[in-house]
Design a protein around this ligand. Structure first.
Ligand code: ADP
Ligand code: MG
Length: 765
């Protein structure tokens, strides 16, 4: 092995135009091998089609892992092949015959292959017989081969014309070797029509043949490998591509999964450590009872839950530090995150700073400002008649405010007169200045990009403390991967006295059930309560632009007309059961002022029944709302329905949530989702069900499915134990060696292995 390179030396891998043959004493030979272009290793002709697949270096190709492995004994079920499909079939040759064709010059070879039950024909045409003889010689009855082509139908018989193929075991030198080769698992690569799987296999073999052990530096330190019984990178690359047994590739996969987890965790832990070094202004709790926080606490009409108290301590400690807080607060819908955030904001204001609360929509920003003012009472009347001593002011800043309103809000923020500034992305505009921004709270983070958050953070004199709140419960190891550079606090319990919400599925086809649904809504309204009716669309036929069904599944294309706010509200107004009931509408195409007015009317009871799109999904708080009817509920995702349902049962009134959907005859994912919602209101259980139904890529977001993504084999749900292990190792290593000065290989791996996509993905956290 080579000596570790001194940390100050620039990585030689970044130097352009490395010679193809690197002198043996050159320290960077190892990295150079995996970065060496395939044109050098395979020749330009063989490399060209691989380049089209995005595989340009030895590393690209060797990290293009087989998707699965075919058992040499197992033949493909030919009856399952569909005409027009591009397939790779493993089958046994039963016959091969050359025929001359009368109608045109040349000859044809027809072979039959079989899976033991069904057969498939292979046809080859050629002008000269020699070519066909060559095929005939390979395609001997009894041999097993892999055949790739597009299935066509010729006189009722399925065939592959001019398939690409390899005969299993034929490339070996002698018979023993042929038998051994025929018993090995066959790697099946993600392939294209131009580059079939065995062509990749051959290119891989050529590249592996030129790879030497000393060329391959392992980013996983030997001590970590030894502790977890993981094979070296060199061995694992061989085993994943050229396994002798199933055990070989399984071990190799485990190693690569760990490697991915380890590199991602190292990157996150390092980032977290770097952040922790930055300077922030300490905002310790004000001693004595006259601070805003102390007076807020003593006036609070309810007791904080144990979780709220505990998380409150964690946050309070964090913001008392001279390094910036980096904390994610996750808590199910209705768990009381706002109060927790407000208490942190008051601590900062007490210490002479300001706090900004960033909300994803204008409706939500306005509502936050209003509810914070309500919670604060006379503590929010700073500088006004009736204001308490040391009172502060809450200002709202959104894009749709009038110029005069905005100017006043901007002045309050810049002068420090407003301790708490609530707003949407308008807060990010360069006109917005703060006297001393000490804390940034981001509500429902998944709707905010990192650039936006950073823009706000740069408005502090020192780096402001950061609190990110999310209502989407995230399983622990997923959180470790997605939010690995934030500390995580979780509110597990809901405040006491919260009434239960019962959820039922209503078959849309059944008019008796629908009538009962509306009658039920009327009964609640007669008791002075409020009803939400949620639709997937604003107008008939208009695609969901603003009211996007963000996590709805494409599995059920809109064969049926989806319910729209406009149509349904008009229809409900004609129903005798709603005689005397005030019906309002709310959707994303209304002006912010109209939306706000409608929400206020609904909150006050001037509107009894609100037909809306999912604009009410996030955070809207109307305690008197007790019924929610969701139309076309099968078109929404689990977490979205859970968020929606969180809008009811917020006071102490028992809630009813009715999910209206056509009930399919066949079992469907949509029905599984709705049944899960009917079964439980536990957000964590629902998140787990949701993740089971989703593909991995959806879990981590689009950045993860991009080409060249770091996570090729790692599955954040199933590989939780590997992720937790990798996290511990990364923490131990970085604690002892924060700049990775003694782990140059790992450092280089983090920097080069994480491509831009992934960097961006990490930065979203
Ligand atoms: P979320 O976590 O969904 O943002 P909120 O902060 O909006 O939840 O809280 C939901 C409701 O519960 C609000 O009306 C809030 O005032 C109330 N609430 C918060 N904490 C408590 C508590 N400890 N006891 C009773 N009610 C509470
Ligand atoms: Mg909230």
């Amino acid at each position: 092995m080579s000596e570790p390179s001194p940390s100050t030396e620039p990585s030689p891998s970044t130097e352009p135009d490395l010679p193809a043959v690197v002198p043996a004493d050159f320290d960077a030979a190892a990295l150079a091998f995996l970065e060496r272009p395939l044109t050098k290793l395979l020749g330009t002709r063989a490399a060209a089609p691989l380049a089209k697949m995005g595989l340009e270096t030895a590393g690209d190709l060797l990290r293009h892992y087989p998707r699965r492995y075919a058992e040499p004994g197992t033949l493909t079920d030919i009856s399952e092949l569909a005409t027009g499909e591009h397939v790779t079939v493993m089958a046994k040759i039963s016959s091969a015959t050359i025929r001359h064709m009368r109608s045109r010059a040349g000859a044809m070879l027809q072979a039959k292959v079989s899976d033991g039950v069904d057969s498939l024909s292979l046809t080859f045409f050629a002008k000269r017989q020699g070519v066909l003889r060559m095929h005939e010689d390979k395609l001997r009855p009894g041999r097993v081969g892999l055949f790739t082509g597009t299935v066509s139908d010729y006189r009722g018989e399925r065939q592959l014309a001019h398939p690409d193929y390899v005969i299993v075991g034929l490339d070996a030198d002698d018979e023993d070797e042929a038998i051994a080769a025929a018993a090995k698992p066959i790697p099946m690569y993600p392939a294209t029509a131009q580059v079939p799987t065995w062509r990749i296999e051959r290119c891989v073999a050529t590249v592996l043949g030129q790879m030497h052990e000393h060329d391959v530096i392992d980013p996983i330190p030997a001590s970590v490998r030894a502790a977890h019984r993981l094979d070296s990178l060199f061995d694992s690359l061989r085993r994943i591509h050229q396994p002798d047994t199933d055990d070989d590739w399984r071990r190799a996969r485990r190693r690569f999964r760990f490697e991915e987890a380890f590199i991602v965790q190292s990157a996150l832990v390092r980032r977290k450590a770097e952040h922790a070094q930055l300077d922030a202004t300490a905002r310790p709790k004000r001693p004595g009872g006259d601070g805003l926080l102390a007076r807020f606490d003593s006036a609070l009409p309810f007791d904080l839950t144990r979780g709220q108290v505990q998380v409150g301590h964690e946050i309070s400690d964090d913001i008392s530090s001279t390094h910036p807080m980096q904390r994610l607060l996750q808590g199910d819908v209705g768990s009381g995150k706002t109060v927790v955030a407000l208490r942190a904001m008051l601590q900062v204001v007490d210490a002479g700073g300001q706090a900004a609360l960033l909300a994803p929509t204008e409706v939500l920003a306005a509502q936050h400002a209003r509810s914070i003012e309500n919670l604060l009472g006379d503590l929010a009347l700073g500088g006004m008649l009736g204001g308490a001593a040391h009172a502060t002011r809450v200002v709202l800043l959104t894009g749709s405010m009038t110029t005069a309103q905005k100017r006043k809000a901007l002045l309050d923020a810049a002068s420090g007169g407003a301790g708490i500034v609530v707003g949407t992305h308008a807060l990010l505009s360069e006109h917005v200045q703060f006297a001393d921004l000490g804390l940034v709270v981001v509500d429902e983070q998944h709707r905010f990009g990192v650039k936006q958050r950073d823009a706000l953070r740069s408005k502090g004199n020192t780096v402001p403390h950061l609190l990110v709140m999310t209502a989407t419960p995230i399983p622990r190891t997923v959180a470790m991967t997605v939010f690995g550079d934030l500390e995580v606090s979780t509110l597990k319990e809901l405040p006491a006295g919260r009434a239960a919400v019962a959820t039922h599925i209503v078959p849309a086809q059944n008019s008796a059930w629908m009538n009962r649904t509306w009658a039920r809504a009327r009964e609640e309204i007669d008791k002075g309560r409020r009803v939400y009716v949620v639709c997937p669309r604003i107008s008939p036929g208009v695609s969901e632009e603003e009211d996007a069904l963000e996590d709805a599944r494409p599995e059920a294309p809109a064969e049926r007309e989806l319910t729209s706010v406009e149509e349904l509200s008009a229809y409900l107004r004609t129903l005798p059961v709603f005689h005397g009931v005030t019906i309002g509408v709310l959707h994303g195409r209304m002006t912010p002022a109209d939306k706000d007015a409608t929400m206020s009317a609904f909150a006050s009871g001037a509107i009894d029944l609100l037909v809306s799109t999912t604009v009410i999904e996030v955070g809207v708080d109307v305690p008197a709302a007790s019924v929610m009817v969701v139309m076309d509920a099968d078109r929404f995702g689990i977490s979205q329905l859970h968020q929606l349902r969180g809008r009811i049962g917020r006071g102490n009134l028992p809630g009813v949530c009715l999910l209206v959907a056509p009930i399919p005859e066949e079992p469907s994912d949509a029905l599984v989702r709705l049944e899960a919602l009917a079964r439980t209101t536990d957000g964590f259980e629902l998140a787990a069900t949701d993740l089971e139904l989703r593909r991995e890529g959806d879990v981590l977001g689009a950045a993860q499915s991009g080409r060249g993504s770091t996570l090729r084999l790692l599955r954040v749900m199933q590989d939780g134990d590997l992720i937790a292990m990798a996290r511990e190792d990364a923490e131990r290593i970085i604690e002892a060696d924060p700049t990775l000065a003694n782990h140059a290989d790992l450092r280089t791996a983090i920097d080069s292995y994480l491509d831009e996509d992934t960097q961006e993905f990490l930065e979203r956290t």
